[in-house]
Design a protein around this ligand. Structure first.
Ligand code: SAM
Length: 272
């Protein structure tokens, strides 16, 4: 029995895109294959996909040598369609009926594991920060975001896009924008351009308490990004931390390198 086309499957299941779930579907197999290829050589890898929807990207992931693909979908309307797809890939495609925000995605599949996903844009940032907290669990994350968010993840110090997301991401991983995708590639087309960021976690990862200390420093520093650091970091003992880190208290958050933020996070943790 051959696999029906993606369009026929969507039609047979009456799966129209729902705005409230951030649904913009990729129907072009060429684009899905290019995203799947960002996982590099997936031989022997587990792949987790968040938000498979009708399964266009899922099909491309199943065409790679990945040993298994776990898909996490919140929309119950898509579950029968995904279950049907799973019958064509016994023991390789696993459908997880859950809210990805409430799930420890790393517990789904054995390492080495990657995430490859066209994320729902309304929850993309909290999902990413959650995965960064446990970055050692992942070999690589290839994630489609709204272009502006992908640029914020990869932004350099001194740029207007540089902020908390850039510092947290680049502290834990090497980050690059690998693929830009125009609105016309989706059905229905979103109002914004999209891009896939490839995020490769560093071999050494911060301990959970240090990650929390960094979240606190970056939230304070960028919460008032126009202010000098001695003032924006006041609530966490700014003057003293800055002196110990040998950072001029008159500087603003966006001028600090990731390494300088790392020094502040370590001192913040030590001062508790
Ligand atoms: N991967 C599909 C594609 O590329 O055509 C669909 C991508 S669409 C942008 C986002 C998908 O995420 C939708 O299928 C939506 O139902 C699902 N979704 C939204 N919020 C979710 C959540 N909290 N947990 C899991 N899936 C979610």
């Amino acid at each position: 029995m051959s696999l029906p086309s993606l369009r026929d499957t969507i039609q047979a299941h009456g799966l129209d895109a729902k705005k409230s779930l951030g649904q913009h579907f990729l129907l072009d197999p060429g684009i899905c294959a290019r995203i799947a290829a960002l996982g590099d050589d997936l031989t022997g890898r587990s792949v987790v996909e968040i938000g498979p929807g009708p399964g266009g990207l899922t099909r491309a992931l199943l065409d790679t040598p990945a040993s298994r693909v776990d898909v996490v979908e919140i929309d119950e309307r898509a579950w029968p369609l995904l279950d049907e797809l799973a019958t064509y890939y016994p023991n390789r495609l696993h459908v997880v009926r859950q809210d990805a925000l409430k799930l420890d995605a790393a517990s789904l599949a054995p390492a080495p594991r990657q995430i490859i996903a066209n994320l729902p844009y309304n929850v993309a940032t909290p999902l990413l920060v959650g995965w960064l907290r446990q970055a050692a669990q992942w070999e690589r994350l290839s994630l489609m975001f709204q272009l502006e968010v992908a640029e914020r993840i990869c932004a350099a110090p001194g740029s207007s896009a540089y902020g908390r997301l850039a510092v947290l991401s680049q502290w834990c991983a090497s980050c690059s924008v690998a693929l830009r995708i125009p609105p016309a590639a989706f059905s229905p087309p979103p109002k914004v351009h999209s891009a896939v960021a490839v995020i490769i976690p560093h071999a050494e990862q911060p301990a959970p308490q240090l990650f929390r200390a960094m979240e606190q420093v970056t939230a304070a520093a960028f919460g008032q990004r126009r202010k000098m650091l001695r003032s924006s970091l006041k609530s966490i003992g700014g003057e003293r931390l800055l002196e110990q880190a040998e950072i001029e208290p008159t500087r603003r958050a966006e001028t600090l390198s990731v390494a300088e933020f790392a020094r502040l996070a370590e001192l913040n943790l030590a001062s508790r």
